[in-house]
Design a protein around this ligand. Structure first.
Ligand code: FAD
Length: 421
C-alpha cells in the first residue's frame, strides 16, 4: 500500500482524494484488500477525465497482478487480466492468431477500465469494447470471487459498471482470426458533403474517423482504416468526395508530431497497429488536454453537425480537434449505445477548465435536444437527473448494485451523483 501526497489522473485535471493506493501482487492479496477496506474503487490507467475512478477511501490498481492472456481457439475467446492494457494484450492475441474486432484511439488504457466506461473506437459495424465481453470475474465487497457469464441474468447490466459492482480481475473477450489493416488519411472535405453522404463516408472503411477544428466548414482529415483483402472496401480513387489523400503521415491534432501515430499511407499492418490512432510508447493525442464526447442516435448526425456548426465561434477557440465516430448498437444497460446505432461527437479541448466548461455546457444543451448521452469517462456537466433519465435500464442496474454491493463499498461521489439520485 502506498499513501502518496498527490496523485492525479492522466490529464492532471483530477487530483485523486483517495488517501491510499493498493497494488496487490496476487488474487488473494487483492481479495484481502477488498474485504478489509471500508470504501474502495478500482483504478485502471487513470485515463478518465473526471472523478469516476476516485475514492473516499482506498483505490486499488491491478497492474501488479499476473499478466494473463489465455486464448481459447475452440470457443473464439480469450481470458485476459483486467489490469493489462490493450497495448499489452493485443500483440499477445495476435501472436496466437487472433484479433479484437475493435480498439479505441489509444492502446494505453486498461481493459478493465475501458470496458467499465463503454470505451469505443469507430466503425459502423463495430460495437464498443465492452460488447466483446462474454464473461468476467470480479471480487465483490466481502472479498469473494464471483464469475459472471453472458447467459447469466443481469450480465448485460454488469459489463459496463462504472466500477460500482466490484473489482474486475479478468475479462473473457470474443476474438476473431487476426487480420491486417491499411489506413489512409484524406484531407479537406467540405462539411456540407456530410449532409447527403455521411453514411457513405462512414461505410467506406472498417473504421472511419472524421476530424474538424470547427474553424472552417470542412473536415481537416478523414481517417479510413480498411481491412486488407476486404472486397467491399476498395479505397476510393482520389479525389474522394473532393478530399485528397495526405502526402505524408499526419497527426489528427494540429501541431502534433505524426510519428506518435499509427502507420498510414496505406501500408498494411496488424489490426492492433492500425485500429488505434496512437502508438503505444508515446504520449497519445495532444497530452495537454481535456476531452468530452457526446453520443447520439445515428439519425441525429446531420442535425448534430448543424447544431455544432452554429456554435463554432464558441467551440473553435477552446478546441484542439473534434472527432466524429460511429459505434454500433449494443445491449449493455449503461452503454451510451444501448439499443441504438450511434454517432460520437468527441472534443479534444485545450487544458483550461475555466474556458472549456462554459463551452461544454453550451454544446451539451444543444446536443441534449438530440438525445445525446455523455461519455462516462470524459468531462461533462449534464444534470444528474437528466443523465439518469436517459438510461432506461438504470433501475435494473441499481438492482445489481443491491445484489453485489449492498453496503455501498464501491460507491464514490461520481456514482452518488449519476447513479443513485
Ligand atoms: C488520450 C485519450 C484518448 C482516449 N480515447 C478514447 C477513445 O478512443 N474512445 C473512448 O471511448 N474513450 C477514450 N478515452 C477515454 C478512456 O478510454 C476511458 O476513460 C477509459 O475508461 C480509461 O480506462 P482506464 O483504464 O484509464 O480507466 P480509469 O480511468 O482508471 O477508470 C475508469 C473506471 O473504470 C473503473 N475500473 C477500472 N479498472 C477496473 C477494474 N479492474 N474493476 C472494476 N472497475 C474498474 C474505475 O473504478 C473507474 O470507474 C480516451 C482517454 C484519453 C486520455
Amino acid at each position: 500500500m502506498s499513501a502518496v501526497s498527490r496523485r492525479t489522473n492522466w490529464a492532471g485535471n483530477i487530483a485523486f482524494a483517495a488517501p491510499e493506493l493498493h497494488r496487490p501482487a496476487t488474487l488473494s492479496e487483492l481479495q484481502a484488500v477488498v474485504a478489509r477496506a471500508s470504501r474502495l474503487r478500482a483504478l485502471g490507467t487513470g485515463h478518465s477525465f473526471n472523478d469516476i475512478a476516485d475514492s473516499p477511501g482506498a483505490q486499488v490498481s491491478l497492474a501488479g497482478l499476473p499478466p494473463e492472456v489465455e486464448a481459447d481457439s475452440a470457443r473464439s475467446v480469450a481470458r485476459v487480466s483486467a489490469g493489462l492494457t490493450y497495448a499489452e494484450v493485443a500483440p499477445r492475441l495476435h501472436a496466437a492468431g487472433f484479433a479484437l474486432r475493435a480498439m479505441a484511439s489509444l492502446p494505453h488504457i486498461s481493459v478493465g477500465g475501458a470496458c467499465a466506461t463503454a470505451t469505443h473506437g469507430s466503425g459502423i459495424a463495430s460495437q464498443n469494447l465492452a460488447a466483446a465481453v462474454t464473461a468476467m470475474e470480479m471480487v465483490t465487497a466481502d472479498g469473494d470471487l464471483v464469475s459472471l457469464h453472458r447467459k447469466d441474468d443481469g450480465f448485460s447490466g454488469a459489463v459496463v459498471h462504472l466500477g460500482a459492482l466490484g473489482v474486475v480481475v479478468s475479462l473473457t473477450l470474443e476474438v476473431v482470426p487476426a487480420f491486417d489493416v491499411a489506413q489512409q488519411v484524406y484531407e479537406n472535405l467540405p462539411l456540407a458533403v456530410l449532409d447527403d453522404h455521411f453514411a457513405d463516408i462512414m461505410a467506406a472503411g472498417y473504421s472511419v474517423s472524421l476530424f474538424t477544428d470547427w474553424r472552417a466548414p470542412r473536415l481537416t482529415q478523414v481517417w479510413v482504416k480498411q481491412r486488407v483483402g476486404d472486397p467491399a472496401a476498395e479505397v476510393a480513387e482520389a479525389p474522394w468526395f473532393t478530399a485528397m489523400p495526405a502526402d505524408g503521415p499526419r497527426h489528427p491534432v494540429p501541431g502534433q508530431p505524426a510519428q506518435t501515430c499509427t502507420e498510414q499511407l496505406g501500408v498494411p499492418g496488424p489490426w492492433y497497429a492500425r485500429l488505434p490512432h496512437f502508438r503505444p510508447g508515446f504520449t497519445p493525442s495532444a497530452g495537454d488536454e481535456l476531452q468530452s464526447e457526446y453520443l447520439l442516435p445515428t439519425e441525429q448526425t446531420v442535425a448534430g453537425l448543424h447544431a455544432l456548426g452554429q456554435l463554432s465561434q464558441a467551440v473553435a477557440p477552446v478546441l484542439q480537434i473534434c472527432e466524429v465516430r460511429a459505434i454500433a448498437a449494443d445491449e449493455l444497460w449503461l452503454s451510451p449505445c444501448y439499443q441504438r446505432d450511434t454517432v460520437g461527437f468527441h472534443f479534444t479541448w485545450v487544458p483550461d477548465a475555466d474556458r472549456v466548461l462554459p463551452v461544454v455546457r453550451l454544446v451539451e444543451q444543444r446536443l441534449a435536444l438530440l438525445d445525446a448521452r455523455p461519455h462516462w469517462g470524459k468531462v461533462f456537466t449534464t444534470p444528474p437527473e437528466a443523465l439518469r433519465a436517459s438510461y432506461q435500464r438504470l433501475p435494473d442496474f441499481l438492482g445489481l448494485i443491491g445484489r453485489y454491493d449492498p453496503a455501498g463499498k464501491f460507491r464514490n461521489a461520481y456514482t452518488g451523483r449519476y447513479l443513485a439520485g
